[in-house]
Design a binder for this molecule. Sequence first.
Ligand code: KIV
Length: 257
Amino acid sequence: MNKKVTAATLIAAKQQQQPLVWLTAYDAGSTRIAEQAGVDVILVGDSLGMVNLGYDTTIPVTIEDMILHTSAVMRARQSAWVVCDLPFGAYQQSKEQAFATSARILQETGCDAVKLEGGVAMAETIQFLSERGIAVVGHVGLTPQSVKRFGNFKPRGNSHEEYQSIYDDALAVAKAGALAIVLECIPDDLAAQITQQINISTVGIGAGLTCDAQVLVWHDVLGLSEHTPPFAKPYANLREQATEAIATWANDVRNHR
Ligand code: KIV
């Protein structure tokens, strides 16, 4: 069995400049495969809504959806650190609401940490949760739960103003006590500056190679997605292979083989 990953592992990895591997997973079977492949951190992302539940955005995902899928991951988990996304509407109203949702998720699933989107605006909430013993992961840059506000899923930080505000967001999240921070779709040099400036692990997705860790969505890394984002390199072509396999089997059935 791989060595158990804990919050202390994340801190040590940052100090020793040892890159950590994060991957999304949403069920027990994929968790077993991810652990066999040596993944350090499993993120039960609310991308669940888009890759598995058929929604166009992450906004319809509920606390119950996250609990169902995180519980499945936890039944298979042996060594990875497991992070569950707080879904839209379940934490933004107040720090008390964020605490109640996080406590429920931690108690009902047994996972290790929660992740929430937002920078300066969420710093007080992150501090409130951290001071009460909850391991929090932040998420800045492209924050998919704000898609209705921005109108698209395009990269962030390309204007001078946005560049500076993402930098401020990341520093605020780190100062508030988060244990790690996802940097999604921001310029490489901005991610590099943030990584150098803060003492918590930066987890890049479309944010260059200098981050302390990298995260990808299960479907993107395996080539299962209908549309793979430009920054994600598929390491297999399972969508095509699965289609071919099922078509071959269907053909056998139809030909009495
Ligand atoms: O929901 C998710 O899968 C995420 C990753 C893309 C970081 O937040």
